[in-house]
Design a protein around this ligand. Structure first.
Ligand code: ZN
Length: 303
């Protein structure tokens, strides 16, 4: 699932590539991704809107939309959660009809057409400069919601989001208070979006490695100093991955269809049986809840 660095990379790309553009047409063959509207209603709503900004909140992408005809529509926000395998691409596709089936065929050369992870096109937004913004989503779990802009802050998916990793509110005092109340392994708590928004399974492992804390250690036994290390490590690891445009060990690609660079520098995630980069001990994998966690048993002893 795209986490903060991947979502932010896409948002930064989209800011440059689609703001100040008007949506002139729309196509989808997967209307179930759109919540609250039929695809026809969605089409009628979205076409004609001008994209004034693209923002990130947690792992959500938010398009701020203005109507050119103010009397007809109010300002809207389109919220997209890419979930497991969704990612936006900017390119050009032609719709090929075969009987009832319509397949978008990429006309853009390079990774967009050569990498199969860019080929699961579920919706296309056509823009007034001739560009197309498409959502590729292998598993079809992405979520697209259109809401009046003034309702954005109170929207259920955003209202309960915890502070962002980069926010000053995400500090040792704040996290200590949460950790003291819980008697659960530290890793799954860090993945709860109401505790801190933007961290997922990959960076949860990476930041705990840097902080030298075992993912199974119970949160209430950690000292304030150790909690402070978690905070510093989170910001450090997310910043590092952002610079490298995210991780593509799974299906994430940027808006050019290109892979992120963090795969090559990861410490523990997905490295079971391989030597720790600091001490050569073999990296271990454990299941916590339903998900795999990777750690170095020597650098991250259980407390
Ligand atoms: Zn080690």
């Amino acid at each position: 699932m795209p986490e903060l660095p991947e979502v932010q990379t896409i948002v930064d790309d989209l800011k440059k590539r689609v703001t100040k553009r008007t949506i002139v047409d729309f196509w989808t063959d997967t209307p179930k991704l759109i919540k609250g509207f039929s695809s026809k209603e969605f089409y009628n709503q979205i076409v004609g809107y001008f994209i004034t900004d693209v923002q990130r909140r947690g792992k959500n992408i938010i398009f701020i939309l203005k109507s050119k005809n103010k009397k007809k529509y109010s300002d809207m926000a389109m919220l997209v959660h890419q979930k497991m395998t969704g990612h936006f691409l900017i390119g050009e596709w032609k719709l090929k009809k075969e009987g009832k089936k319509i397949t978008p065929i990429p006309q853009t050369k390079g990774p967009i057409s050569s990498d199969k992870y860019n080929s699961y096109i579920r919706m296309i937004f056509y823009l007034d400069n001739g560009a197309q913004m498409a959502l590729s989503d292998l598993r079809k779990f992405a979520k697209v919601v259109l809401i009046p802009q003034e309702e954005l802050d109170n929207f259920k998916d955003l209202k309960n989001l915890g502070p962002d990793v980069f926010s000053k509110k995400f500090n040792a005092d704040y996290l200590c208070q949460i950790f003291k109340k819980r008697k659960k392994a530290v890793k799954p708590i860090l993945l709860e979006q109401q505790v801190v928004s933007g961290i997922g399974n990959i960076y949860g492992d990476e930041l705990l490695f840097i902080a030298k804390i075992n993912p199974l250690t119970k949160s209430n036994v950690l000292s304030k100093k150790e909690v402070a290390k978690i905070i510093v490590s989170s910001k450090k690891i997310i910043k590092k991955s952002l610079k490298l445009r995210g991780i593509s060990s799974s299906d994430y690609r940027d808006t050019y269809g290109k892979r992120g660079g963090y795969d090559k520098v990861r410490y523990v995630y997905g490295r079971e049986g391989m030597p720790c980069l600091l001490c050569q001990t073999k990296i271990k994998r454990v299941k916590i809840g339903q998900r795999s966690s990777y750690f170095c048993p020597h650098c991250q002893p259980l407390k």
